[in-house]
Design a protein around this ligand. Structure first.
Ligand SMILES: [Zn+2]
Length: 75
């Protein structure tokens, strides 16, 4: 896969913050992503995004209002 903007691309990690309520923020850390080494664009695959959504939902049901979750530990 290549960057849509400049054709560069490397594998990497990113942190994805989610705000689903006024006082509810969960940051999912170390999400596998493709990060462009030239322009910094980040792409996350759809199946990984779905897993991230599940992690966020679970944290929400656990009553977490502010927190960090590591992708690898929660997936
Ligand atoms: Zn790029």
């Amino acid at each position: 896969m290549k960057c849509l903007l400049c054709k560069g691309m490397i594998k990497g990690m990113t942190n994805l913050p989610f705000q689903t309520g006024e006082e509810y923020i969960v940051v999912v850390k170390d999400v596998p992503a493709l990060v462009c080494n030239q322009c910094g664009e980040t792409f996350v695959e759809i199946n990984i995004l779905r897993t991230v959504e599940k992690i966020v939902k679970k944290a929400e049901m656990d009553g977490v209002t502010l927190g960090f979750v590591k992708y690898k530990e929660a997936a």
